[in-house]
Design a protein around this ligand. Structure first.
Ligand code: BG6
Length: 484
């Protein structure tokens, strides 16, 4: 059945502070993990190399004010251009704008007695600007921008002290934006932590004997923090809605061999469902206990932790969807390609973008049904899109039919999933304006409907230009998804 999108469907776009804001040392802000990550032009595009961040890199970066080497320090200057950028989102008719608040701006020393008023003033302005256009602000409380001070002073989320520090931060923003912000996401793509422990958990891999155990301990603290944040959000504002969020690594068995089906099931469990089972169902699933035993992972769980996780689960399932992967028991023989953080086995039936991320619109319908079936909760698609190379024409137009095609095909599948009966409440396309890539720190990997005239080395006028897809998305929102 090809159902229509609900009348109140939340169309919009999503950005993160650490890829867009720039102004890395303005108004009291301190450094974050993305700001110590160098741009490496020699990086092979098609391989996702997770850069291992260590203390040496951090110390080197702290003594260096370069914003060319460290592109996320300059971002797209959203800190100063938010007004005109949000006006462009409003012109497209966004009903919602997903944005993150930078913890290192609000609490520059991590454990400050009072929050940084200048930082809060900036977020007041961003939020008020959205409201001015009748656009709902949706706030991600932590989006891949672990404050360095929290690593230096506490060792990141491995330390239980972060639960209380995070809750103080939540308390400040829940109170400040009471009645203005209704939708919150506790942690961006919480399942990325297993592959990218430094940027999500602030736990550095310095050759500790059981690093994986440290990551799961840090995650346990985040699960407790998310549940307590949900409790707090409800105490402060009854209308608050808290979302979980994973990057869904949809996976298929490579063949119809039963052993490949088992490999798929186990990948799906530990890469995706584990996180949602805890955040949305409120308990550690049985298979995780087996996984911990097999891998010698022992968690330190304090009294009251499991109760909190059980009693305060998230209101909706948030997910991002970029690419799918395949699972097989004979994995060593299969060809690898890049994916979002994970390198994945190549699926012979799917095309891929320049960076090797496989394009799979049908997988979105499959995933939505799969999640809804398991959790029976509203789903918010918080990120979806693909990085492309765009060319600015002499007349300042940008023709990007490939982007339109990518989004159209995914939105078509989302519509079909709604027809299947899945409750999808919103769609925030990732990166409505070009910004610095999270994985590669390139500018060349563009996502936006709006082109930003800046190259990988920070050269350019920084002016904004509307791509063809800008007009396409505007019409799509105007017709509530009817004219795809
Ligand atoms: C998501 C992140 O995983 O992927 C975003 O939440 C990121 O921050 C997006 O930008 C796309 O990844 P990349 O590496 O192409 O920027």
């Amino acid at each position: 059945m090809n159902k229509e999108f609900p009348k109140d469907f939340l169309w919009g776009g999503a950005l993160s502070a650490c890829q867009a804001e720039g102004a890395y040392n303005e108004d009291g802000k301190t450094l974050t993990i993305p700001e110590v990550m160098k741009f490496n032009p020699k990086n092979d595009r098609k391989i996702t190399k997770q850069i291992q961040i260590n203390m040496e890199m951090i110390n080197e970066a702290k003594n260096d004010n370069d914003i060319i080497k460290y592109p996320k320090r300059r971002g797209i200057d959203f800190y100063h251009t938010y007004k005109s950028d949000i006006a462009l989102f409003a012109e497209m008719g966004f009903k919602v704008f997903r944005y993150s608040i930078s913890w290192a701006r609000v609490f520059p020393n991590g454990d400050d007695k009072t929050p940084n008023e200048k930082a809060l003033k900036f977020y007041d302005n961003v939020i008020d600007e959205c409201i001015k256009y009748d656009m709902k602000p949706l706030i991600t409380i932590s989006h891949f921008d672990m404050p360095i001070v929290l690593i230096e002073k506490f060792g990141g989320w491995y330390n239980r002290a972060l639960i209380d520090l995070y809750l103080r931060y939540c308390e400040v923003i829940f109170n400040r934006y009471k009645g203005k912000v209704q939708y919150w996401v506790t942690f961006n793509e919480i399942n990325m932590s297993v592959k990218a422990g430094a940027k999500t958990l602030g736990i550095l891999n310095e050759g500790q004997p059981n690093y994986e155990e440290m990551l799961f301990q840090g995650l346990h603290h985040q699960f407790v923090a998310a549940s307590k944040a949900k409790k707090l959000a409800n105490e402060i504002g009854s209308k608050n809605k808290i979302g979980s969020m994973v990057a869904y690594f949809t996976t298929y068995p490579y063949t119809c061999k039963p052993t490949d089906a088992l490999a798929m099931q186990s990948d799906d469990q530990m890469k995706n469902l584990f996180f949602l089972d805890i955040l949305n169902k409120g308990k550690y699933p049985y298979y995780s206990k087996t996984y911990f035993e097999k891998n010698n992972i022992k968690l330190h769980i304090e009294e009251g932790d499991l109760e909190s996780i059980r009693n305060y689960t998230a209101d909706f399932v948030g997910m991002s969807y970029y690419n799918s992967m395949i699972s097989s028991n004979d994995g060593e023989q299969l060809e690898l390609t890049a994916g979002n953080v994970h390198s994945v086995f190549k699926n012979p039936h799917l095309p891929a973008n320049e960076w090797g991320w496989q394009i799979d619109p049908v997988g979105l319908r499959y995933t939505l049904n799969h999640i809804y079936d398991r959790y029976n909760l509203p789903i918010f698609i918080l990120e979806n899109s693909s990085g492309f190379i765009d060319k600015l024409n002499d007349d300042f137009t940008i023709n990007d039919p490939y982007r339109i095609e990518f989004l159209r095909k995914h939105i078509e599948q989302m519509k079909l999933a709604i027809g299947d009966g899945v409750k999808v409440i919103g769609y925030t396309m990732w990166g409505p304006i070009d910004m610095i890539s999270s994985s590669t720190s390139e500018m060349t990997k563009r996502y936006g409907f709006i082109y930003v005239d800046q190259d990988d080395y920070g050269n350019g006028s920084m002016k904004r230009y509307k791509k063809d897809s800008f007009y396409w998305y505007k019409n799509l929102i105007k017709t509530n998804g009817e004219e795809l």
